[in-house]
Design a protein around this ligand. Structure first.
Ligand SMILES: NC(=O)c1ccc[n+]([C@@H]2O[C@H](COP(=O)([O-])OP(=O)(O)OC[C@H]3O[C@@H](n4cnc5c(N)ncnc54)[C@H](OP(=O)(O)O)[C@@H]3O)[C@@H](O)[C@H]2O)c1
Length: 315
């Protein structure tokens, strides 16, 4: 749900009156409680919706539009979000976000999730010195030591790169370590690592029309006590293209869903294994919209099923 003041702010930012079911506007501006999840094995809680930074965010950072980047990061923090997912390979994203966050006094308020990967294209081994240099570059860019979470990007040379991350963790410079993939051909190897390595997090793709994770990886994450960051919760542009020109169904109001962004994200974060979803956006109004999915009621199992069927039936 959003407050009337937020609705007016969003409409002004978007330059149009937004088509939001009036039943979903809160009558007052009382702060809304943000839904959080505990990081398995700890008492630390994270808001279930955060921000990713490849795609459009990285494009805007690359164009040097620091005002937009600042506005998105401010919207994230002001509306109760915290997790910011980035990587050295996302163009200017990590560097620009780090600088802007420091200047705006936000760096220490964010949960920074960055990545490590120095395996050359077409190769399969990482040079340890190059990996150390990349990590030190992330420390310099982000301005936070320890960094909250560093994950091996795309399953690249885990023995070397995860080994190094564990070394940094032992030294107190990284709080949590993990590994990511959004490639189905790497899921079996990810599963093996989840069984054999002490991982704090995985970062994987999951969306209402992309639910392979439910079969093996999510149950294993629950069993092993591994936190889950969800990537590509909109399938980047895929789901937006599917719902273009279509209204969110009225019955979604039962779970305080006012927009398609909230529909897709509430599906994702209502899976109890998910610690946080990190949709990417380059627009503050979308950031506020997305954080709306971290408030109000979440669908139960029957509701989730209804949502899946509804989206699958759209042409
Ligand atoms: N292997 C890995 O480690 C890996 C792989 C993939 C992704 N990731 C992480 O996960 C993040 C998310 O994935 P993604 O960026 O690929 O795709 P995504 O989050 O599924 O989709 C991003 C797209 O959705 C649009 N969008 C966001 N909020 C919106 C809203 N409320 N209304 C309308 N449009 C909206 C964005 O455009 P606007 O800018 O216009 O909002 C952008 O085009 C990445 O940025 C990255 O941090 C990691």
């Amino acid at each position: 749900m959003i407050t009337r003041r937020e609705y007016l702010k969003l409409s002004a930012l978007a330059g149009v009156a937004l088509a939001i079911n009036p039943k979903l506007l809160l009558a007052d501006d009382s702060p809304r409680e943000v839904i959080t999840r505990v990081i398995p094995g700890t008492s630390e809680r994270l808001p279930v919706v955060g921000l990713g930074s490849s795609a459009s965010f990285s494009r805007v950072a690359g164009e040097g539009d620091t005002d937009r980047i600042r506005a998105v990061l401010q919207a994230l923090v002001e509306h109760g979000g915290k997790v910011f997912d980035t990587a050295p390979s996302y163009g200017e994203a990590e560097g620009v976000a780090g600088r802007v966050a420091r200047e705006a006094g936000l760096a220490q308020r964010l949960f920074w999730a960055t990545k490590l990967n120095v395996v050359p294209r077409g190769g399969d081994t990482a040079d340890v010195d190059a990996a150390r240099a990349q990590l030190e570059q992330s420390f310099a860019r982000i301005g936070k030591d320890p960094i909250d979470l560093v994950q091996v990007h795309n399953m690249a040379d885990p023995p070397t790169q995860l080994g190094l991350l564990n070394e940094y963790k032992q030294a107190g410079r990284i709080r949590y370590v993990g590994i990511t993939t959004t490639f189905p051909r790497q899921y079996a190897d990810l599963e093996a690592l989840m069984r054999n390595e002490p991982l704090d997090f995985i970062g994987v793709d999951y969306a209402i029309d992309n639910r392979t994770m439910e079969e093996r990886i999510f149950p294993l994450a629950a069993e092993r006590g591994i936190g889950v960051l969800v990537y590509a919760p909109f399938g980047r542009r895929r789901l937006w293209e599917q719902v273009e020109g279509k209204q969110v169904p009225e019955w979604a109001a039962e779970w305080d869903i006012a927009t398609w962004g909230q529909f897709f994200l509430k599906f994702v974060v209502s899976n109890p294994v998910v610690t946080a979803a990190t949709p990417s956006t380059s627009r503050p109004e979308h950031m506020i919209d997305n954080l709306g999915a971290a408030t109000g009621r979440l669908p139960d199992e029957a509701g989730r099923q209804r949502m899946v069927e509804y989206v699958a039936a759209l042409d």
